[in-house]
Ligand binder design. Structure first.
Ligand SMILES: *Cc1c(COP(=O)(O)O)cnc(C)c1O
Length: 370
């Protein structure tokens, strides 16, 4: 694989990560017991303003645990945007529920609340709101709708650490919020996930299920089909160190995004994934949209030739063979357009202003604008 001068992502591990991992090694607490697990959970809950949090092994199983904790299963319909990362939909399938796809807005790339209303049936049990690429979904509207119809609201915040609506962090408006700490996410533990909620009984249920559903009263007694979805102390040590620098990481990513937007301001061919009024976009990925798929792919190729890695927008989930039957032949025009015409630019916190200027000069060259 060619080395890119500018990869799409590269985590910054220059804080206490090494020191805390060495503490795990020196003390031999390397598995899923150890002081960093509880510390990371507590500090993460405090950062997002949640009453309760529990860690797990990645952001996909955290969605699985969230749906299990809510008692969602066969026969239940869960409304989910088709324009999302596939894990959101996979988790719905893990519990045997039915994904009901809805289209997204071209303005914010998030699920369209009007279409959520139209997708409701007597079997609808929950809405999965995915805060895609760091922009918040319209949560106040969704929360009101879910309350009115007695639905659960699950937030997939894997791409939205640092994302806010007003002053509140995403993940605690709905019943339960799920985060990912994969290597390219805003903070990383290598692989890892976290569930947050202001309903501590839901988090307790997730914690029970992630640890083989072991009885609190009786040793080696299990009272449900549980899982081993625990986070290790080593991962939590890395997460604790990452979280110490979350404010500076998010501030750097926002500054980068605005620098990109300024550099590309003269290009009418490029539509920036912009911050919506009343929200704080954490810019997990700096994302743009162009006219069509041919232009997007040619731009990506032009940038690759110049040492700049980019990533295409997610293909809509109803395109995948294992999920397509749930779309029942429907066309999701905007999700399909977004999947074909969007791309992510290098978005890691250590990019400098000069780096962004260099990347943007190649984008301007591609469009013949100087
Ligand atoms: C990354 C991601 C996940 C899954 O997280 P992993 O930690 O990679 O399992 C889920 N949903 C969305 C929207 C994501 O971007």
């Amino acid at each position: 694989m060619p080395e890119f001068k500018y990869p799409v992502y590269r985590p910054n591990l220059t804080g206490n990560e090494k020191r805390y991992v060495n503490e795990c090694l020196d003390s031999s607490w390397i598995s899923s017991k150890g002081a960093f697990v509880a510390r990371f959970e507590k500090e993460f809950a405090a950062y997002v303003g949640a009453a309760s949090a529990t860690s797990c092994s990645n952001g996909t199983v955290s969605l699985h645990l969230a749906l299990l904790a809510l008692g969602i299963g066969e026969g239940d319909e869960i409304i989910v945007p088709t324009f999302t990362y596939v894990a959101s939909v996979n988790a719905i399938r893990y519990v045997g529920a039915t994904p009901v796809f809805v289209d997204s807005n071209l303005s914010d790339w998030q699920l369209d609340v009007e279409l959520v209303k139209r997708a409701l049936t007597p079997r609808t049990k929950a809405v999965m709101a995915v805060h895609l690429y760091g922009q918040a979904c319209p949560m106040l509207e969704l929360a009101e709708l879910c309350k009115k119809h007695g639905l659960y609201l699950v937030e997939d915040c894997a791409e939205a650490l640092g994302t806010r609506i007003g002053k509140s962090h995403v993940g605690i408006v709905g019943d339960i919020g799920s985060f990912s700490f994969f290597g390219n996410k805003t903070i990383t533990t290598g692989e890892g996930g976290m569930l947050v909620s202001n309903r501590p009984e839901l988090i307790a249920r997730c914690a029970h299920l992630k640890s083989q559903a072991v009885s609190p009263e009786r040793t080696y007694w299990h009272d449900a089909v549980g899982f081993n979805y625990r986070m290790t102390n080593i991962c939590a040590a890395i997460g604790t160190a990452q979280l110490e620098r979350i404010n500076s990481i998010v501030a750097k990513k926002r500054a980068l995004a605005f620098k990109y937007r300024d550099e590309l301001a003269a290009l009418s061919q490029v539509i920036f994934h912009d911050e919506q009024p009343g929200t704080t976009h954490s810019f997990w990925m700096v994302s743009i949209r162009v006219a069509d798929e041919t232009t997007r792919d040619a731009l990506r190729q032009h940038l690759a030739k110049n040492g700049i890695e980019t990533r295409p927008g997610f293909p809509p989930s109803h395109f995948f063979p294992m999920h397509s039957a749930f779309a029942a032949g429907q066309v999701f025009e905007r999700g399909e357009l977004l999947g074909a015409t969007t791309m992510n630019l290098p978005s890691y916190p250590d990019l400098s202003s000069l780096d962004v200027e260099e990347i943007c000069s190649h984008i301007r060259n591609f469009f013949g604008v100087h």
